[in-house]
Design a protein around this ligand. Structure first.
Ligand code: GCU
Length: 334
């Protein structure tokens, strides 16, 4: 009897010790929290999973990243604020929403800032541009590590066909919380409503707005194709999703770990390109064939003309003229 009590005691001690051992092994790993607002089948989520995998593999599991998807920790704006304070270490946020934090990012919401996708890619891979953009938010608490392609943004409506800019008159359109996007819809003659992405489905369904604008993944991944039946290829913006990191969380890492984070971010951007192209094709087919969304091509010229005053303004405004100029130069760079 006595012996079995001792044995039981020994087993309990061993379990507790093993638990402590496990805990101390675990506590050696640096745990980073990453937040974003997109669904699990979204290419951005898949690329962030790849980023996580690469970080863990390259660091021999010395760094672990836990992803909080689907807006669990808040909207783009909220998770940017959490990244500023360090409550989360990493986040994916749209460059449109970063304009509220750093005016240089407004350049991406300037409609028709890039002639086509190739020009945009060229600019995004220009080091003068990335050096300026990625590091200059350090003093407000975060840096950018890389960008993910988030396609071209197009207009989609509940039940109105749009063929010309004059059809935009009086149309209530959701935009991201971005002053430049608000100005864009005004220039088109519509009525802009800035709101978080998570609220758009219900707002279209209930008639609070008539339209929204986004890439094709909104129709299927976020089910907007259930309530919006016309998708017009306006291609008015090409706005990247940015992967940002709290500056302290990054600076306190060893040089080797910083290098690993940067490399993994870069490699996940290449991975993203492939997943993006496949997803857009697949989701466009689903939107057409299963949700009955009509895809409409149109002449962009009147839309481009309508926003020329904005280009004038951005090329001269104190806050935006440097980045505007830098982007024009990057387009010409060999
Ligand atoms: C795109 C983008 C998201 C963004 C969303 C929006 O889907 O990838 O990062 O939140 O647009 O319109 O809010």
């Amino acid at each position: 009897m006595k012996k079995s009590v001792i044995t039981l005691f020994t087993v309990l001690v061993l379990i507790v010790l093993a638990g402590c051992q496990g805990a101390s092994d675990q506590s050696k790993a640096i745990e980073l929290k990453l937040a974003h607002n997109l669904p699990l089948d979204h290419p951005v989520h898949l690329s962030l999973v790849e980023f996580t995998r690469l970080v863990e593999e390259k660091s021999d599991e010395e760094i672990k990243v836990k992803i909080y998807p689907n807006g669990q920790l808040g909207s783009d704006r909220e998770v940017t604020e959490l990244t500023q304070t360090g409550a989360v270490d990493l986040a994916k946020v749209s460059a449109s929403q970063l304009e509220g934090f750093e005016s240089d990012y407004s350049i991406f919401s300037l409609p028709y800032a890039f002639e086509d996708y190739e020009t945009y890619e060229k600019v995004m891979n220009n080091e003068k541009v990335t050096d300026k953009l990625y590091n200059q938010t350090e003093d407000i608490g975060f840096i950018a590590l890389t960008y993910y392609n988030a396609g071209q943004r197009h207009l989609y409506t509940k039940d109105r066909e749009v063929h010309d800019v004059s059809d935009m008159k009086g149309l209530k359109v959701r935009v991201q919380p971005s002053q430049t996007s608000v100005q864009m819809i005004n220039a088109f003659g519509g009525i802009p409503t800035a709101m978080d992405y998570g609220e758009v489905y219900t707002a279209i369904q209930s008639g609070v707005i008539d339209a929204a604008e986004n890439n094709e993944t909104a129709l299927v991944g976020n089910n907007h194709g259930e309530v919006a039946k016309y998708f017009m290829y306006t291609g008015h913006q090409i706005v990247p999703d940015m992967v940002i990191m709290n500056a302290n969380s990054f600076n306190k890492l060893s040089d080797n770990h910083q290098q690993i984070i940067r490399e993994a971010a870069q490699e996940s951007t290449s991975f993203h390109e492939g997943v993006w192209a496949e997803t857009i094709q697949e989701q466009t087919d689903i939107a057409k064939n299963e949700l009955g969304v009509n895809f409409i091509e149109l002449d962009k010229t009147p839309f481009i003309e309508a926003v020329q005053p904005l280009h004038e303004q951005y090329s001269k405004d104190e806050k935006t003229k440097d980045i505007y100029q830098l982007i024009q130069e990057a387009k010409q760079d060999e």
